[in-house]
Design a protein around this ligand. Structure first.
Ligand SMILES: Cc1cc2nc3c(=O)[nH]c(=O)nc-3n(C[C@H](O)[C@H](O)[C@H](O)COP(=O)(O)OP(=O)(O)OC[C@H]3O[C@@H](n4cnc5c(N)ncnc54)[C@H](O)[C@@H]3O)c2cc1C
Ligand code: FES
Ligand code: FES
Length: 493
């Protein structure tokens, strides 16, 4: 290892103790540190790519005056990203004084899993425990619905027990004598950790101008946000990086603000927080948001990372294009704003200059005009935790039976996320009826030249594009029974 790969000490709180680990390589994962360096083998490795949830741990971070807990996948999370945070594994629930359990005692989550026979081989169980622990802490004393449990467990795969006893256990845990985390004790322990934002191969700037200075000084450095894409380059492609710049602590990028008719989402805001706000503005996005990966991935990954990564099958871009979002790029030279569809120049290529970063996503706030429709359709092989074969998002405003405004974003149809401009033109100003929709569906089928790959054939993609526009037409005619977007809200419980 050469000098440029030396890193600052990695400090985090576990079981009430401050740990400080030296010489942790920049791309070492949190799972490796826990299992290999700290011998915490209760954390399991299944897929190593964020898909199974066996490696789920909970991290705790000060947000304002409070402690925010999030279940994340430790297998694809870089260890240095938890510097200054608290970490719990399933083994820590009985060992953390802030939980007050006697050594070897069971937390209500664990007791409920025992009571409901919710474990057979047990390999997945530590991950389930941690997703449920985060839910338990989040939920307070309110009984938990089966739907909320499904969402909390959306990133955890169990191959032998079956989900009915797991969901039963999640509901039962709320009935057992309560064990609550002493959040003030954890916050006190976190307060002892001074931020270090300088030097070494893993940089974690705290202010936007420092971030931009580092970006300009190290144009070859690997930027990471939630690491849910980059983590796989490490675990599956064994990539190493001379320098990593982690943007998750940049204060200016950690907020969602609403002003001047737009919502501004900072690049360090995790997907789950971004989607929570978007669902408040557009409740019809409820299911679409829940179908983006699983909760632990959304708890780490960011909207900015999805946009910057620029995958043609990324899910947020069709939505953001339909919502007419702008991407705000920043460098030491200043800021510039582009419509999202103009950001991409080719397969995973964008207008981002070597010294620039994605700083914000600006989304126009919904207007109060009547007869507006927003539908986001995700077609994938699995219902949950799967990447799209195709994604189509349509925003429509009708007035006096005509299309007054329409914008359409599409994914899985070209080398980049795309805007369906020809289809928009075929709809704009036209009477909203079956003939118009049929004609526009033909345009939509011909507007792109999708490829055939393991997710879907080109023909299938073209056919389905037209069908999705037809589906919107039927939905506007009151056929909500056809609304497959509502599946998942309880029907699989
Ligand atoms: C199990 C699993 C399921 C998934 N499911 C989905 C899904 O359903 N839909 C979907 O669209 N995606 C999915 N993904 C992909 C991934 O979660 C998203 O792309 C996520 O939004 C990436 O954000 P991140 O913060 O983790 O990015 P990172 O992995 O940290 O970074 C991704 C890329 O973007 C760059 N980058 C990040 N932020 C910035 C910035 N502010 N400025 C400049 N460059 C930046 C990084 O340098 C890197 O090249 C899934 C991933 C996993 C592991
Ligand atoms: S090991 Fe499968 S999600 Fe981490
Ligand atoms: S108990 Fe065996 S995989 Fe869940």
């Amino acid at each position: 290892m050469n000098d440029t790969r030396t890193t600052r000490p990695l400090r985090f709180v576990r079981r009430g103790q401050l740990l400080a680990l030296d010489n942790v390589p920049p791309e070492r994962t949190l799972l490796e540190v826990l299992r290999e360096d700290l011998a915490c083998t209760g954390v399991k490795e299944g897929c190593g790519e964020g898909d199974c949830g066996a490696c789920t741990v909970v991290i705790g971070e000060r947000v304002g005056q409070d402690l925010q807990l999030r279940a994340i996948n430790s297998c694809i999370r870089l260890a240095h990203s938890v510097d200054g945070l608290a970490v719990w594994t399933a083994e820590d629930l009985s060992g953390d004084p802030a939980l007050g359990l006697s050594p070897g005692g069971l937390h209500p989550v664990q007791q409920a899993l025992v009571d409901c026979h919710a474990s057979q081989c047990g390999f997945c169980t530590p991950g389930f425990v941690m997703s449920l622990f985060a839910l338990y802490e989040d939920q307070g004393r309110v009984p938990v619905s089966r739907e909320a449990v499904q969402r909390a467990l959306s990133g955890n795969l169990c191959r032998c027990t079956g989900y009915r006893p797991l969901i039963d256990a999640a509901q039962r845990m709320m009935d057992l004598p309560a064990t609550r985390l002493d959040r003030q004790a954890v916050l006190r322990a976190l307060a002892a950790i001074e931020p270090i934002d300088e030097g070494g191969a893993y940089l974690q700037p705290l202010r936007l101008d420092d971030f931009l200075r580092l970006r300009a000084a190290h144009p070859q450095a690997q930027i990471v946000a939630g690491c849910t894409d980059v983590g796989l380059w490490v675990t599956k492609q064994h990539q190493q990086f001379d320098q990593i710049i982690d943007l998750t602590r940049v204060a200016e990028l950690g907020h969602i603000e609403s002003s001047q008719g737009r919502l501004r989402v900072g690049a360090a805001v995790c997907l789950e927080s971004a989607f929570r706000t978007l669902r408040l503005l557009w409740p019809e996005l409820d299911v679409f948001a829940a179908r983006f990966a699983g909760l632990p991935v959304r708890n780490s990954g960011t909207l900015g990372g999805n946009v910057a990564n620029g995958s043609p099958i990324g899910d947020s871009m069709p939505l953001l294009i339909a919502l007419r979002a702008q991407v705000v790029l920043a460098s030491l030279r200043g800021q510039r704003s582009l419509p999202l569809e103009e950001f991409y120049t080719g397969y995973r290529q964008s207008r981002l200059a070597a010294d620039e970063v994605v700083a914000y996503i600006d989304i126009p706030l919904p207007s109060a005009e009547p007869d507006q429709w927003l539908r986001a359709y995700k077609i994938s092989k699995r219902y949950e935790d799967d990447i799209s074969a195709l994604c189509l998002v349509i925003k429509l405003r009708l007035q006096a039976g005509h299309v007054a405004e329409v914008s359409i974003g599409a994914g899985g149809v070209a080398a980049t996320p795309a805007r369906a401009r020809l289809t928009e033109a075929a709809l704009q100003g036209q009477p909203w009826n079956a003939d118009t929709v049929e004609r526009a569906a033909q345009v939509l089928r011909g507007e792109f030249a999708p490829i055939s790959d393991m997710r879907a054939s080109a023909d299938y993609r073209r056919q389905v594009l037209g069908h999705l526009l037809q589906r919107l037409w039927l939905q506007t005619q009151g056929h909500e029974g056809l609304n497959l977007e509502s599946i998942g809200s309880g029907e699989f419980a």
